[in-house]
Design a binder for this molecule. Structure first.
Ligand SMILES: Cc1cc2nc3c(=O)[nH]c(=O)nc-3n(C[C@H](O)[C@H](O)[C@H](O)COP(=O)(O)O)c2cc1C
Ligand code: SF4
Length: 478
């Protein structure tokens, strides 16, 4: 990659110079503040609860549930580590499907009556681990992310079923192989049934002791795709009101059937057109400057337009939803805007921009939404690429009120207790820092479990690591 590595930008002056060369304004504190007055140590007030600090763990699947959708030992370990991280907000744990056919892979967790005890146990393990290390769970908020994977549903692996679509898409239909499997555009009445599944899932999540459910609207999955159903006829397409009916109906149903579980939404604030390329080539946009499918994008599909995302945030506020987690695009068709990385995953492409541009884009978009609705709690994403600078940028962003909590995705797999170290004023353990090798994305793309194979001692020892290395060698040669 022709861009300077973060490890080479080893003073704040060098990073600031690089940002200036890219014409980027990224909040950055040269020094970290320790102790009770530290911006990242401040509490957040949510529904009569104080969330204990400004770190959040983002939802991170491991492709490691049982075929029945229950957690495996690997899942339980990941959640224990989330509990041990020091973060006081666990945003959803990982994507959990509300019905079998909407699973993104055959190992995705599934919420139903049969799996209720196992999911309750998973939350309990996380909280027990947190209690053992930090002595208090009163200020810990744990949510569950509810999903239907829409066109990216792949419950049998190898895409054997007709893809459940919101609408036909000139680029994405081919990506999910509709020529081979066929497709099925969900009817309005099928969407109403799906709404019921989300409501039932929230009822179960409350029984399992979760503090909130995330009604996932990101990454190209069902809820997110609905937001761009501009041409779909009927109740769920066309106007903004119709495209958000799915969310509004789910929220109404949850509010009518549950007691006190909260609601959050993870939103791809902006989307870009699909990019193509291979792991040796720079990604190229596929839309030729005309892309009418990007929620939060301009008509070219390559620039951010926050007109509708701002409307969406107003809607969340009107619905009484205060928890929002921002993210961008999709890992399937524009990964460089979603999880900026030094090295692409096996099905990705070389970054068409310095990943610092992608990080800044997410931080700035979140800041615009935060200024619009200051009472909402915003959790930001996409910080892992910053590596050593993550705490410095996170602290500056929270201090300047650009965001309320710093979400950790990949960093939480590589260096699970970074928040605890930062809050204790300890120097970072450099050998644990995520270097955005993308193995945690490459592995599941090849049908393996996900985890930090290069840095996590457990995954380093797994036979899958050797498989992954061989696979990457093969890709390099080809
Ligand atoms: C292995 C892996 C699994 C992920 N699983 C989920 C998921 O289940 N739900 C979700 O909303 N995002 C998921 N994400 C996206 C992350 O939550 C996060 O948005 C992304 O990694 C960017 O944040 P980061 O820079 O801190 O890694 C996943 C990402 C990775 C790498
Ligand atoms: S495999 Fe590890 S180092 Fe690589 S991106 Fe994932 S978490 Fe980071």
């Amino acid at each position: 990659m022709p861009y300077p590595k973060i490890s080479s930008l080893n003073t704040s002056k060098k990073l600031a110079a690089r940002l200036a060369a890219l014409n980027l304004e990224l909040p950055l504190d040269a020094e970290m503040v320790a102790g009770d007055s530290a911006p990242l140590a401040q509490t957040l007030d949510w529904q009569n609860k104080l969330i204990g600090n400004r770190f959040a763990i983002l939802p991170m699947e491991g492709w490691d549930g049982t075929l029945a959708g229950q957690p495996s030992e690997l899942t339980i370990r990941r959640w224990r580590r989330f509990g041990e991280s020091g973060a006081k907000l666990i945003w959803g744990g990982e994507a959990v499907a509300v019905r079998g056919e909407g699973r993104a892979n055959p190992h995705q967790l599934l919420i139903n009556d049969a799996n209720l005890t196992a999911l309750e146990g998973l939350r309990d393990e996380l909280e027990k681990t947190h209690m053992r290390r930090f002595g208090c769970v009163d200020d810990l908020l744990v949510g569950l992310q509810l999903t239907h994977s829409g066109r990216f549903s792949n419950p049998d692996f190898n895409r054997q079923r007709a893809a459940p679509l919101v609408y036909r898409h000139p680029h994405l239909d081919a990506l999910v192989n509709v020529q081979k499997t066929g497709f099925h555009v969900l009817t309005d009445s099928e969407i109403y049934y799906l709404i019921d599944d989300f409501i039932q899932a929230a009822v179960l999540a409350e029984k399992a002791g979760f503090g909130f459910v995330d009604i996932k609207h990101c990454h190209g999955y069902f809820g997110h795709e609905l937001l761009s159903a501009y041409d779909r006829p009927g109740d769920f397409g066309g106007s903004f009101e119709n495209r958000t009916r799915f969310l509004r109906e789910i929220v109404k149903g949850i509010q009518n059937t549950t007691h006190e579980i909260g609601i959050g939404v993870r939103l791809s604030v902006f989307d870009f057109c699909p990019f193509m390329g291979n792991s040796h080539e720079v990604g190229v946009p596929q839309a030729d400057g005309d892309y009418p499918f990007g929620f939060g994008a301009d008509a070219t599909g390559s620039q951010v337009d926050l007109t509708e995302p701002l409307q969406f945030i107003d809607l969340l506020s009107d619905l009484g939803i205060r928890l929002v987690c921002t993210t961008a695009g999709s890992p399937y068709y524009c990964p460089h805007i979603q999880r900026p990385a030094q090295y692409p995953p096996s099905d990705g492409y070389q970054a068409p921009e310095d990943p610092l541009v992608g990080v800044t884009r997410q931080i700035n978009a979140t800041s615009v939404l935060k200024q619009r609705c200051p009472d909402l709690i915003f959790v930001g994403s996409g910080y892992s690429y910053l590596q050593e600078w993550l705490p410095h940028v996170g602290q500056a962003a929270v201090r300047a009120n650009h965001v309320d909590a710093i979400g950790l995705g990949r960093m939480a797999l590589a260096y699970h207790d970074l928040p605890a170290d930062v809050l204790a004023g300890k120097p970072l353990r450099r050998r644990n820092i995520c270097r955005t090798f993308s193995d945690c994305t490459t592995a599941p793309r090849q049908g393996l479990v996900s985890g930090c194979f290069p840095l996590d001692p457990l995954y380093k020892k797994m036979p899958e690591r050797k498989q992954l290395i061989d696979l990457k060698r093969g890709i390099k040669k080809s």
